[in-house]
Design a protein. Structure first.
Length: 64
Protein backbone atom coordinates (compact mmCIF):
# COMPACT_ATOMS: atom_id res chain seq x y z
CA UNK A 1 0.00 0.00 0.00
CA UNK A 2 1.10 3.53 -0.66
CA UNK A 3 1.93 5.65 2.39
CA UNK A 4 1.12 8.08 4.02
CA UNK A 5 -2.21 8.72 2.25
CA UNK A 6 -4.92 8.38 4.84
CA UNK A 7 -7.23 6.55 4.65
CA UNK A 8 -6.05 3.97 2.15
CA UNK A 9 -8.67 1.83 0.44
CA UNK A 10 -7.67 -1.38 -1.30
CA UNK A 11 -9.73 -4.09 -2.94
CA UNK A 12 -9.33 -7.65 -1.67
CA UNK A 13 -9.85 -10.78 -3.77
CA UNK A 14 -11.15 -14.13 -2.64
CA UNK A 15 -8.20 -16.50 -3.14
CA UNK A 16 -10.48 -19.29 -4.36
CA UNK A 17 -12.54 -17.37 -6.91
CA UNK A 18 -10.10 -14.53 -7.68
CA UNK A 19 -13.08 -12.11 -7.49
CA UNK A 20 -12.99 -8.84 -5.55
CA UNK A 21 -15.14 -9.48 -2.48
CA UNK A 22 -14.42 -6.64 -0.07
CA UNK A 23 -12.57 -3.39 0.53
CA UNK A 24 -9.81 -2.95 3.07
CA UNK A 25 -9.56 0.45 4.76
CA UNK A 26 -6.16 1.19 6.29
CA UNK A 27 -6.13 4.05 8.81
CA UNK A 28 -3.05 5.53 10.45
CA UNK A 29 0.47 6.48 9.49
CA UNK A 30 2.17 4.72 12.38
CA UNK A 31 1.53 1.74 14.62
CA UNK A 32 -0.94 0.72 15.79
CA UNK A 33 -2.57 0.61 12.37
CA UNK A 34 -6.30 0.09 12.03
CA UNK A 35 -7.53 -2.09 9.17
CA UNK A 36 -11.25 -2.43 8.51
CA UNK A 37 -12.87 -4.96 6.21
CA UNK A 38 -15.72 -3.16 4.42
CA UNK A 39 -18.39 -5.29 2.71
CA UNK A 40 -20.17 -4.16 -0.45
CA UNK A 41 -23.35 -3.29 1.45
CA UNK A 42 -25.24 -0.04 0.80
CA UNK A 43 -26.43 0.03 4.44
CA UNK A 44 -22.90 -0.15 5.87
CA UNK A 45 -21.77 3.34 6.96
CA UNK A 46 -18.11 2.59 6.13
CA UNK A 47 -19.16 1.58 2.62
CA UNK A 48 -21.19 4.80 2.29
CA UNK A 49 -18.10 6.76 3.35
CA UNK A 50 -16.05 4.87 0.75
CA UNK A 51 -18.61 5.67 -1.98
CA UNK A 52 -18.44 9.37 -1.06
CA UNK A 53 -14.65 9.22 -1.16
CA UNK A 54 -14.86 7.75 -4.68
CA UNK A 55 -17.41 10.42 -5.70
CA UNK A 56 -14.90 13.03 -4.52
CA UNK A 57 -12.27 11.58 -6.85
CA UNK A 58 -10.65 8.86 -4.74
CA UNK A 59 -9.43 5.67 -6.40
CA UNK A 60 -8.91 2.47 -4.42
CA UNK A 61 -5.76 0.43 -4.94
CA UNK A 62 -6.15 -2.67 -7.06
CA UNK A 63 -6.23 -6.08 -5.41
CA UNK A 64 -3.01 -8.12 -5.46
Amino acid sequence: MAYPTNPIYKFLKDPLTNEVVTILKHIGDSEPFIILNIPFNEENTDYQEYLQWVADGGVAEAAD
